[in-house]
Design a protein around this ligand. Structure first.
Ligand SMILES: *Cc1c(COP(=O)(O)O)cnc(C)c1O
Length: 369
Protein backbone atom coordinates (compact mmCIF):
# COMPACT_ATOMS: atom_id res chain seq x y z
CA UNK A 1 0.00 0.00 0.00
CA UNK A 2 1.47 3.43 -0.92
CA UNK A 3 2.40 5.66 2.01
CA UNK A 4 0.33 8.64 0.92
CA UNK A 5 -2.99 8.70 -0.87
CA UNK A 6 -3.38 12.44 -1.28
CA UNK A 7 -1.29 15.44 -2.24
CA UNK A 8 -2.52 17.63 0.62
CA UNK A 9 -0.43 19.36 3.28
CA UNK A 10 -0.87 16.91 6.21
CA UNK A 11 -0.92 19.60 8.91
CA UNK A 12 -3.81 21.74 7.59
CA UNK A 13 -7.51 21.32 8.35
CA UNK A 14 -9.32 21.37 5.00
CA UNK A 15 -12.93 21.58 3.92
CA UNK A 16 -14.84 18.89 2.07
CA UNK A 17 -14.58 20.70 -1.29
CA UNK A 18 -10.77 20.60 -1.09
CA UNK A 19 -10.62 17.04 0.21
CA UNK A 20 -12.84 15.87 -2.67
CA UNK A 21 -10.37 17.31 -5.17
CA UNK A 22 -7.16 16.02 -3.60
CA UNK A 23 -7.81 12.78 -1.67
CA UNK A 24 -6.75 9.51 -3.29
CA UNK A 25 -3.86 10.97 -5.31
CA UNK A 26 -0.34 9.59 -5.46
CA UNK A 27 2.11 11.14 -2.97
CA UNK A 28 3.41 14.54 -4.23
CA UNK A 29 6.87 13.42 -5.32
CA UNK A 30 8.66 14.88 -8.36
CA UNK A 31 7.55 13.08 -11.49
CA UNK A 32 4.54 11.47 -9.79
CA UNK A 33 1.37 11.33 -11.90
CA UNK A 34 -1.45 13.56 -10.61
CA UNK A 35 -3.87 10.66 -10.82
CA UNK A 36 -3.54 7.08 -9.61
CA UNK A 37 -2.83 4.53 -12.33
CA UNK A 38 -5.61 2.17 -13.40
CA UNK A 39 -3.91 -1.08 -12.41
CA UNK A 40 -5.39 -3.90 -14.45
CA UNK A 41 -3.98 -7.03 -12.79
CA UNK A 42 -5.50 -9.94 -10.92
CA UNK A 43 -2.15 -11.02 -9.48
CA UNK A 44 0.98 -9.22 -8.25
CA UNK A 45 4.56 -10.42 -7.86
CA UNK A 46 4.82 -12.14 -4.51
CA UNK A 47 5.91 -10.67 -1.17
CA UNK A 48 4.98 -7.08 -1.96
CA UNK A 49 2.14 -4.78 -0.81
CA UNK A 50 -0.37 -6.50 -3.09
CA UNK A 51 -0.85 -10.18 -3.89
CA UNK A 52 -4.26 -10.88 -5.45
CA UNK A 53 -6.90 -8.40 -6.60
CA UNK A 54 -9.82 -10.00 -4.75
CA UNK A 55 -7.95 -9.04 -1.56
CA UNK A 56 -6.39 -5.64 -2.23
CA UNK A 57 -5.74 -3.64 -5.35
CA UNK A 58 -4.06 -0.24 -5.95
CA UNK A 59 -6.80 1.63 -7.87
CA UNK A 60 -9.39 0.46 -5.34
CA UNK A 61 -7.13 1.76 -2.55
CA UNK A 62 -7.02 5.20 -4.16
CA UNK A 63 -10.83 5.35 -4.27
CA UNK A 64 -11.05 4.07 -0.69
CA UNK A 65 -8.61 6.74 0.47
CA UNK A 66 -10.86 9.42 -1.04
CA UNK A 67 -14.15 8.06 0.34
CA UNK A 68 -12.53 7.51 3.75
CA UNK A 69 -11.24 11.10 3.79
CA UNK A 70 -14.71 12.42 2.86
CA UNK A 71 -16.53 10.35 5.51
CA UNK A 72 -13.86 10.66 8.26
CA UNK A 73 -13.13 6.94 8.57
CA UNK A 74 -11.71 3.87 6.83
CA UNK A 75 -13.51 3.03 3.58
CA UNK A 76 -13.92 -0.41 2.02
CA UNK A 77 -15.15 -0.41 -1.60
CA UNK A 78 -17.51 -3.09 -2.94
CA UNK A 79 -18.81 -4.08 -6.35
CA UNK A 80 -22.18 -2.39 -5.62
CA UNK A 81 -24.11 -0.71 -2.85
CA UNK A 82 -26.01 -3.97 -2.32
CA UNK A 83 -22.73 -5.91 -2.00
CA UNK A 84 -21.70 -3.44 0.72
CA UNK A 85 -25.07 -3.91 2.45
CA UNK A 86 -24.77 -7.69 2.30
CA UNK A 87 -21.27 -7.64 3.80
CA UNK A 88 -22.72 -5.95 6.90
CA UNK A 89 -25.68 -8.35 7.08
CA UNK A 90 -23.31 -11.31 6.73
CA UNK A 91 -21.55 -10.31 9.96
CA UNK A 92 -24.75 -10.55 12.03
CA UNK A 93 -25.01 -13.49 14.45
CA UNK A 94 -27.76 -16.05 13.66
CA UNK A 95 -31.16 -14.81 14.87
CA UNK A 96 -30.01 -11.19 15.12
CA UNK A 97 -32.69 -8.53 15.56
CA UNK A 98 -32.49 -5.74 12.97
CA UNK A 99 -34.42 -2.47 13.15
CA UNK A 100 -35.02 -0.90 9.72
CA UNK A 101 -37.05 1.99 8.27
CA UNK A 102 -40.52 1.36 6.83
CA UNK A 103 -39.54 2.80 3.43
CA UNK A 104 -35.89 1.94 2.91
CA UNK A 105 -34.12 1.46 -0.41
CA UNK A 106 -36.05 -1.37 -2.10
CA UNK A 107 -33.02 -3.66 -2.55
CA UNK A 108 -32.09 -3.45 1.12
CA UNK A 109 -35.72 -3.79 2.25
CA UNK A 110 -36.22 -6.87 0.04
CA UNK A 111 -33.02 -8.45 1.30
CA UNK A 112 -33.97 -7.85 4.96
CA UNK A 113 -37.42 -9.35 4.37
CA UNK A 114 -35.83 -12.35 2.65
CA UNK A 115 -33.47 -12.98 5.60
CA UNK A 116 -36.38 -12.56 8.04
CA UNK A 117 -38.56 -15.01 6.06
CA UNK A 118 -35.71 -17.54 6.21
CA UNK A 119 -35.42 -17.08 9.96
CA UNK A 120 -31.83 -15.79 9.69
CA UNK A 121 -32.76 -12.47 11.33
CA UNK A 122 -35.80 -10.99 13.03
CA UNK A 123 -36.93 -7.70 11.55
CA UNK A 124 -38.54 -4.72 13.28
CA UNK A 125 -39.86 -1.97 11.01
CA UNK A 126 -40.09 1.66 12.22
CA UNK A 127 -40.50 5.12 10.75
CA UNK A 128 -36.99 6.56 10.44
CA UNK A 129 -38.33 9.97 11.51
CA UNK A 130 -40.14 8.56 14.59
CA UNK A 131 -37.35 8.91 17.17
CA UNK A 132 -39.45 7.51 20.03
CA UNK A 133 -40.40 4.41 17.99
CA UNK A 134 -36.74 3.87 17.07
CA UNK A 135 -35.77 4.11 20.76
CA UNK A 136 -38.44 1.55 21.70
CA UNK A 137 -37.51 -0.85 18.87
CA UNK A 138 -33.76 -0.96 19.47
CA UNK A 139 -34.12 -2.57 22.90
CA UNK A 140 -32.64 -6.05 22.48
CA UNK A 141 -31.67 -5.36 18.85
CA UNK A 142 -28.27 -6.04 17.28
CA UNK A 143 -28.35 -3.53 14.43
CA UNK A 144 -30.20 -0.30 13.69
CA UNK A 145 -30.24 0.26 9.92
CA UNK A 146 -31.02 3.85 9.00
CA UNK A 147 -31.27 5.95 5.89
CA UNK A 148 -31.46 9.70 6.25
CA UNK A 149 -33.02 11.21 4.24
CA UNK A 150 -34.93 8.04 3.29
CA UNK A 151 -35.47 6.83 -0.25
CA UNK A 152 -37.96 7.92 -1.59
CA UNK A 153 -40.05 9.57 1.16
CA UNK A 154 -37.23 11.95 2.18
CA UNK A 155 -37.83 11.40 5.90
CA UNK A 156 -35.03 12.75 8.08
CA UNK A 157 -33.89 10.76 11.14
CA UNK A 158 -32.61 12.49 14.26
CA UNK A 159 -29.28 10.67 13.94
CA UNK A 160 -27.64 11.69 17.26
CA UNK A 161 -30.80 10.71 19.20
CA UNK A 162 -31.21 7.40 17.33
CA UNK A 163 -27.52 6.56 17.79
CA UNK A 164 -27.75 7.34 21.51
CA UNK A 165 -30.74 5.04 22.08
CA UNK A 166 -29.22 2.27 19.93
CA UNK A 167 -25.89 2.39 21.72
CA UNK A 168 -27.58 2.51 25.13
CA UNK A 169 -29.39 -0.71 24.09
CA UNK A 170 -26.15 -2.30 22.82
CA UNK A 171 -27.11 -2.13 19.13
CA UNK A 172 -24.79 -0.96 16.39
CA UNK A 173 -25.89 1.70 13.89
CA UNK A 174 -25.50 1.77 10.12
CA UNK A 175 -26.46 4.91 8.18
CA UNK A 176 -27.00 4.73 4.43
CA UNK A 177 -25.69 8.20 3.51
CA UNK A 178 -26.33 7.90 -0.25
CA UNK A 179 -28.95 10.68 -0.36
CA UNK A 180 -27.22 13.21 1.91
CA UNK A 181 -23.67 12.60 0.56
CA UNK A 182 -20.59 13.43 2.70
CA UNK A 183 -20.87 17.02 1.46
CA UNK A 184 -23.96 17.53 3.65
CA UNK A 185 -23.68 14.90 6.42
CA UNK A 186 -20.99 12.76 8.08
CA UNK A 187 -22.78 10.07 10.14
CA UNK A 188 -19.58 8.79 11.82
CA UNK A 189 -19.20 12.25 13.39
CA UNK A 190 -22.77 11.86 14.71
CA UNK A 191 -21.85 8.55 16.39
CA UNK A 192 -22.86 5.99 13.73
CA UNK A 193 -20.71 2.83 13.55
CA UNK A 194 -20.95 2.20 9.81
CA UNK A 195 -21.70 4.49 6.86
CA UNK A 196 -22.91 2.97 3.63
CA UNK A 197 -22.87 4.45 0.14
CA UNK A 198 -24.21 3.43 -3.18
CA UNK A 199 -21.18 5.00 -4.92
CA UNK A 200 -23.17 4.41 -8.11
CA UNK A 201 -25.14 7.57 -7.27
CA UNK A 202 -23.82 11.02 -6.29
CA UNK A 203 -20.24 10.03 -5.42
CA UNK A 204 -19.47 8.69 -8.91
CA UNK A 205 -22.07 11.06 -10.30
CA UNK A 206 -22.17 10.17 -14.02
CA UNK A 207 -24.52 7.17 -14.25
CA UNK A 208 -21.75 5.09 -15.81
CA UNK A 209 -20.91 2.46 -13.17
CA UNK A 210 -22.19 0.45 -10.20
CA UNK A 211 -20.13 0.55 -6.98
CA UNK A 212 -20.60 0.60 -3.22
CA UNK A 213 -18.66 1.46 -0.07
CA UNK A 214 -18.73 1.09 3.69
CA UNK A 215 -16.90 3.49 6.00
CA UNK A 216 -16.07 2.67 9.63
CA UNK A 217 -14.14 4.33 12.44
CA UNK A 218 -13.00 1.11 14.08
CA UNK A 219 -9.98 -0.86 12.74
CA UNK A 220 -11.42 -4.23 13.78
CA UNK A 221 -14.65 -3.40 11.87
CA UNK A 222 -12.60 -2.47 8.81
CA UNK A 223 -10.69 -5.78 8.94
CA UNK A 224 -13.87 -7.80 9.37
CA UNK A 225 -15.49 -6.07 6.39
CA UNK A 226 -12.42 -6.50 4.17
CA UNK A 227 -12.57 -10.19 5.05
CA UNK A 228 -16.27 -10.29 4.06
CA UNK A 229 -15.33 -8.74 0.71
CA UNK A 230 -12.53 -11.25 0.14
CA UNK A 231 -14.68 -14.25 1.03
CA UNK A 232 -17.91 -13.08 -0.62
CA UNK A 233 -16.01 -11.95 -3.72
CA UNK A 234 -17.84 -8.63 -4.02
CA UNK A 235 -14.85 -6.71 -5.38
CA UNK A 236 -15.02 -3.63 -7.62
CA UNK A 237 -13.06 -3.41 -10.89
CA UNK A 238 -10.10 -1.05 -11.34
CA UNK A 239 -11.62 1.02 -14.15
CA UNK A 240 -14.85 1.57 -12.19
CA UNK A 241 -12.83 2.66 -9.15
CA UNK A 242 -10.92 5.14 -11.28
CA UNK A 243 -14.10 6.57 -12.82
CA UNK A 244 -15.73 6.88 -9.39
CA UNK A 245 -12.68 8.71 -8.06
CA UNK A 246 -12.76 11.06 -11.04
CA UNK A 247 -16.45 11.71 -10.35
CA UNK A 248 -15.69 12.52 -6.69
CA UNK A 249 -13.48 15.46 -7.80
CA UNK A 250 -16.62 17.45 -8.69
CA UNK A 251 -18.90 16.05 -5.97
CA UNK A 252 -19.19 19.26 -3.94
CA UNK A 253 -19.85 21.40 -7.04
CA UNK A 254 -22.50 18.99 -8.29
CA UNK A 255 -24.24 18.80 -4.92
CA UNK A 256 -24.23 22.61 -4.58
CA UNK A 257 -25.65 23.08 -8.06
CA UNK A 258 -28.29 20.35 -7.81
CA UNK A 259 -29.35 21.59 -4.39
CA UNK A 260 -29.72 25.17 -5.61
CA UNK A 261 -31.94 23.96 -8.47
CA UNK A 262 -33.92 21.71 -6.11
CA UNK A 263 -34.64 24.62 -3.76
CA UNK A 264 -35.83 26.87 -6.59
CA UNK A 265 -38.02 24.25 -8.25
CA UNK A 266 -39.43 22.78 -5.02
CA UNK A 267 -40.72 26.26 -4.05
CA UNK A 268 -42.44 26.62 -7.43
CA UNK A 269 -43.87 23.07 -7.29
CA UNK A 270 -45.47 23.85 -3.93
CA UNK A 271 -47.68 26.35 -5.80
CA UNK A 272 -48.28 24.13 -8.84
CA UNK A 273 -51.92 23.19 -9.59
CA UNK A 274 -50.89 19.68 -10.80
CA UNK A 275 -48.93 18.86 -7.64
CA UNK A 276 -50.63 17.80 -4.39
CA UNK A 277 -47.60 17.14 -2.17
CA UNK A 278 -43.95 18.21 -2.31
CA UNK A 279 -41.35 16.45 -0.19
CA UNK A 280 -37.96 18.07 0.30
CA UNK A 281 -35.80 17.64 3.41
CA UNK A 282 -34.41 21.21 3.14
CA UNK A 283 -31.01 20.15 1.79
CA UNK A 284 -29.55 17.97 -0.94
CA UNK A 285 -30.38 17.12 -4.52
CA UNK A 286 -33.36 14.77 -3.98
CA UNK A 287 -37.05 15.64 -3.80
CA UNK A 288 -40.38 13.94 -4.45
CA UNK A 289 -43.79 15.13 -5.60
CA UNK A 290 -47.24 13.62 -5.67
CA UNK A 291 -49.31 14.35 -8.77
CA UNK A 292 -52.97 15.44 -8.67
CA UNK A 293 -55.69 13.17 -10.05
CA UNK A 294 -57.12 15.83 -12.35
CA UNK A 295 -60.45 15.34 -14.15
CA UNK A 296 -60.29 11.53 -14.46
CA UNK A 297 -58.98 11.18 -10.91
CA UNK A 298 -56.11 8.77 -11.64
CA UNK A 299 -53.04 10.37 -10.14
CA UNK A 300 -50.72 7.38 -10.82
CA UNK A 301 -51.62 7.45 -14.54
CA UNK A 302 -51.02 11.20 -14.54
CA UNK A 303 -47.63 10.67 -12.89
CA UNK A 304 -46.75 8.19 -15.65
CA UNK A 305 -47.71 10.79 -18.26
CA UNK A 306 -45.38 13.29 -16.58
CA UNK A 307 -42.51 10.79 -16.67
CA UNK A 308 -43.09 9.96 -20.34
CA UNK A 309 -43.52 13.61 -21.40
CA UNK A 310 -40.36 15.24 -20.06
CA UNK A 311 -37.63 16.00 -22.58
CA UNK A 312 -34.89 17.70 -20.56
CA UNK A 313 -35.40 15.52 -17.49
CA UNK A 314 -34.66 11.85 -18.12
CA UNK A 315 -37.24 9.20 -17.25
CA UNK A 316 -35.01 6.54 -15.66
CA UNK A 317 -34.31 4.95 -12.32
CA UNK A 318 -31.30 5.81 -10.16
CA UNK A 319 -30.15 9.21 -8.95
CA UNK A 320 -27.18 11.44 -8.21
CA UNK A 321 -25.93 11.85 -11.79
CA UNK A 322 -25.16 15.04 -13.72
CA UNK A 323 -28.42 14.50 -15.61
CA UNK A 324 -31.70 15.15 -13.79
CA UNK A 325 -33.71 11.92 -13.45
CA UNK A 326 -37.28 11.20 -12.45
CA UNK A 327 -39.51 8.18 -12.08
CA UNK A 328 -42.74 7.08 -10.41
CA UNK A 329 -41.42 4.83 -7.70
CA UNK A 330 -44.43 2.52 -7.37
CA UNK A 331 -43.85 1.31 -10.93
CA UNK A 332 -41.48 -1.06 -9.08
CA UNK A 333 -43.44 -3.92 -7.43
CA UNK A 334 -40.81 -4.09 -4.65
CA UNK A 335 -41.42 -0.47 -3.59
CA UNK A 336 -43.06 -0.13 -0.14
CA UNK A 337 -46.83 0.38 -0.19
CA UNK A 338 -46.34 3.26 2.25
CA UNK A 339 -45.02 5.16 -0.80
CA UNK A 340 -47.96 6.94 -2.50
CA UNK A 341 -48.91 5.60 -5.94
CA UNK A 342 -48.42 8.93 -7.72
CA UNK A 343 -45.09 9.78 -6.04
CA UNK A 344 -42.43 10.86 -8.53
CA UNK A 345 -38.87 10.94 -7.20
CA UNK A 346 -36.76 13.81 -8.55
CA UNK A 347 -32.95 13.70 -8.72
CA UNK A 348 -31.59 17.15 -9.56
CA UNK A 349 -28.58 17.21 -11.88
CA UNK A 350 -26.58 20.15 -13.11
CA UNK A 351 -28.55 21.41 -16.13
CA UNK A 352 -29.91 24.97 -16.24
CA UNK A 353 -32.57 25.36 -13.55
CA UNK A 354 -34.89 27.27 -15.91
CA UNK A 355 -34.66 24.55 -18.58
CA UNK A 356 -35.51 21.97 -15.91
CA UNK A 357 -38.41 24.07 -14.64
CA UNK A 358 -39.98 24.75 -18.05
CA UNK A 359 -39.75 21.07 -18.97
CA UNK A 360 -41.28 19.76 -15.72
CA UNK A 361 -43.96 22.46 -15.65
CA UNK A 362 -45.01 21.62 -19.23
CA UNK A 363 -45.14 17.87 -18.50
CA UNK A 364 -47.24 18.45 -15.36
CA UNK A 365 -49.69 20.71 -17.22
CA UNK A 366 -49.99 18.17 -20.02
CA UNK A 367 -50.64 15.30 -17.57
CA UNK A 368 -53.16 17.13 -15.37
CA UNK A 369 -54.88 19.25 -18.02
C1 LIG B 1 -29.10 2.68 -5.15
C2 LIG B 1 -29.16 2.62 -3.67
C3 LIG B 1 -28.64 1.50 -2.98
C4 LIG B 1 -28.10 0.28 -3.70
O1 LIG B 1 -26.90 0.55 -4.36
P1 LIG B 1 -26.41 -0.20 -5.73
O2 LIG B 1 -25.15 0.51 -6.02
O3 LIG B 1 -27.51 -0.01 -6.73
O4 LIG B 1 -26.23 -1.63 -5.39
C5 LIG B 1 -28.67 1.53 -1.60
N1 LIG B 1 -29.19 2.58 -0.93
C6 LIG B 1 -29.69 3.66 -1.54
C7 LIG B 1 -30.25 4.79 -0.74
C8 LIG B 1 -29.70 3.72 -2.94
O5 LIG B 1 -30.22 4.78 -3.55
Amino acid sequence: MPERADDLPPDVDLSVETVAVHAGRPAPNAGAPLNPPIVVASSFRAEGDYEYAREESPTTHALEAAIGALEHGTAIAFGSGMAAANAVLDLLPPGAAVVAPSAAYTGVASRLRELAARGTISLRIVGADDTAAVAASVVGADLLWLESPTNPLLQVADLPACVASAHAAGARVLVDNTFATPVRQNPLDLGADIVMHSVTKALAGHSDLVLGALVVADDADAQALVERRVLMGAVPGALDCYLALRGIRTLALRVDRGEASARTIVDRLAEHPAVSVVRYPGFGTMAAIEVEGGRDGNSADNADVVCRSVRVWTYATSLGGVESLLERRRRWPAEADTVPDSLIRLSFGIESVEDLWRDLDAALRLAVG
